[in-house]
Write a protein that binds this ligand. Structure first.
Ligand SMILES: C[S@@+](CC[C@H](N)C(=O)[O-])C[C@H]1O[C@@H](n2cnc3c(N)ncnc32)[C@H](O)[C@@H]1O
Length: 209
């Protein structure tokens, strides 16, 4: 098992500040795919794509929230080539890498902590997010924007890194959303996440009410 990647250790200390996040990912955007997939054995994009594709039709319109360099878009289209996928992210340099992959219909800058008010209400047939709900990035309040833009009855699939699940309040918030009748929790399953480092996440599947 490898030690945790040095850049990833820094990423967990970002404290959620938009300026710090943009600056950090701007510096990482070019080597991100190689570092994450080859070195770390990151499988967040694959596990969310597997879970989402079980829940949506072949021509569904999907939002990838915090799309980064576009690894999730690639995995979604491998499984269902007819999907229409839009991506949002805070960091222009990461969006530029996503654009090069050529798998997104629309890519735009947005802050998940601001309710995604740039996007239409109840619009997407499914929403997916990998690697974003984690320490130092987006906290549980970021779930509100995903719920706002996803159609009632449609799935939201996301990873929450194990180290953030209880410590950052995700477990409590997801239980609260269910008690407020805003989402139904379809499943929460522990999954390998960074396979070369022995790091796990919770794979969360919700249905918007
Ligand atoms: C670890 S990367 C994950 C990218 C991609 N989803 C993946 O699985 O490879 C985290 C991404 O979250 C984005 N991000 C962090 N905070 C954000 C926020 N408040 N709103 C939108 N995107 C954010 C970063 O810019 C970065 O691209």
């Amino acid at each position: 098992m490898n030690d945790e990647n040095a850049l990833l250790k820094q990423a967990l200390l970002l404290d959620g500040s938009p300026d710090m996040i943009r600056k950090f990912y701007e510096g990482w955007s070019h080597s991100y795919d190689t570092d994450l997939v080859q070195d770390i054995g990151y499988i967040g994009p694959e596990i969310v794509a597997d879970a989402l594709c079980k829940k949506v039709s072949g021509n569904a319109t999907i939002l990838d929230a915090g799309c980064g360099t576009g690894l999730v878009g690639v995995e979604l289209l491998k499984r269902k080539p007819g999907l229409i996928v839009d991506g949002v992210d805070l960091t222009p340099a990461m969006l530029a890498q996503s654009r090069e992959k050529g798998v997104y219909r629309k890519l735009s800058e947005a802050d998940l902590n601001s309710q995604l008010t740039e996007l239409a209400h109840d619009f997407y047939d499914g929403t997916v997010s990998a690697g974003v709900f984690t320490n130092g990035h987006v906290g549980p309040s970021g779930l509100d924007g995903l719920i706002r833009v996803t159609k009632p009855g449609a799935p939201i699939v996301l990873t929450v890194r194990d180290s953030a699940w209880e410590a950052d309040g995700f477990k409590d918030r997801i239980e609260q959303l269910e008690s407020e009748h805003r989402t139904r929790t379809t499943s929460v399953t522990q999954s390998p996440y960074h396979t070369n480092e022995g790091i796990y996440c919770q794979l969360v599947v919700l249905e918007v009410i």
